[in-house]
Design a protein around this ligand. Sequence first.
Ligand SMILES: Nc1ncnc2c1ncn2[C@@H]1O[C@H](COP(=O)(O)OP(=O)(O)OP(=O)(O)O)[C@@H](O)[C@H]1O
Ligand SMILES: [Mg+2]
Length: 365
Amino acid sequence: MASLKLENLAKTYGDVAVVHDINCSIGDGEFIVIVGPSGCGKSTLLRMIAGLESVSSGRIHIDGRDATDIPAAERGIAMVFQSYALYPHMTVRDNMSFALRNLKHGPSEITARVEAAARLLQLETLLDRMPSHLSGGQRQRVAIGRAIVREPKIFLFDEPLSNLDAELRVQMRRELGRLHRRLGSTMVYVTHDQVEAMTLADKIILLDKGGIAQFGTPLEIYNQPCNLFAAGFMGSPKINLVQAEVKSVGEPGLVIASALGPSFALPRQRLGDAPPPRMLTLGLRPECLRLEPREGDVTIKLKAGAVELLGDSSCIYGALANGAEFVLKLQGQIKVADGADLLAHASISDILLFDPQGRLISSTH
Ligand SMILES: Nc1ncnc2c1ncn2[C@@H]1O[C@H](COP(=O)(O)OP(=O)(O)OP(=O)(O)O)[C@@H](O)[C@H]1O
Ligand SMILES: [Mg+2]
């Protein structure tokens, strides 16, 4: 087990900085998830931590010790890849013991470690099989087992579940959560999958174009996204973002005009001590909207378009008066005719506010 500290870490290819200004401290035993759009530098960052990629500038500290120039094999880190990278001509047992044999561990030690990992991952009956005779989920478990037997201080995972079908992903996600609780090891996990990020992470590193957009707990990022990028990245369907104008400031607060519908008043204290900007962006998550009004709600007028009935919930893709798309996610099975006029409602306290530079000025929680 180990802590990990990244200090001004950067990676440049030619004159392109694909990773830059990475500063963060990861505590011993924490499960950290790195998320961000394709190409934002997630794998590059992970590979630098592993020592598989050189660092252009900055430092990596493992357990308080500068590991930036330590070779990969000596960092006490094990990495699990999306492609599993199993040796096809070796049995499961040999795949799992290969690294230990290279490190010159004794045979009894190797057997003990492989069997303990196989028990943990329910691979005991598969130890003599070849990888080609395993299912995708079993191969992934072997790849994880290969990492476990090395007893690393830190586990790194690069999209380990992305080749699995939806059901197996859910099952493996829960197994990984359990594994983390059992081993208590520090884990850094890259994924595209928001549900994996929300459910597995103690903390999420949200990357945007090679830099950290936000580093926080899953609920911090969901409830208090620091900018429009973070707000748009987390949540499905995506948050509705609507431009708004501050018409006047006084009693009963700030009068806000927007394409949502009639003007409404926002309490002055939602902006803190900052002078009110002339323009704001309002953020309304689809799941915070309702068809039934409550006292003090903001009313949103929209024309319904496509409806997705998901069984437990329904997504209505509508349009505001200015034609902008506006999405509602409602509990239950709600059937609405294409083109119907709808009134939706939101609590004022559920509306996120962003300044003209896209930074959060007022969160919902
Ligand atoms: N060897 C290389 N030379 C030049 N550019 C590279 C090299 N490796 C990666 N890149 C670039 O660095 C950026 C980050 O790549 P990286 O693989 O880290 O992204 P990622 O976030 O893991 O993406 P994905 O989600 O698609 O896996 C990309 O724009 C990529 O094209
Ligand atoms: Mg990647």
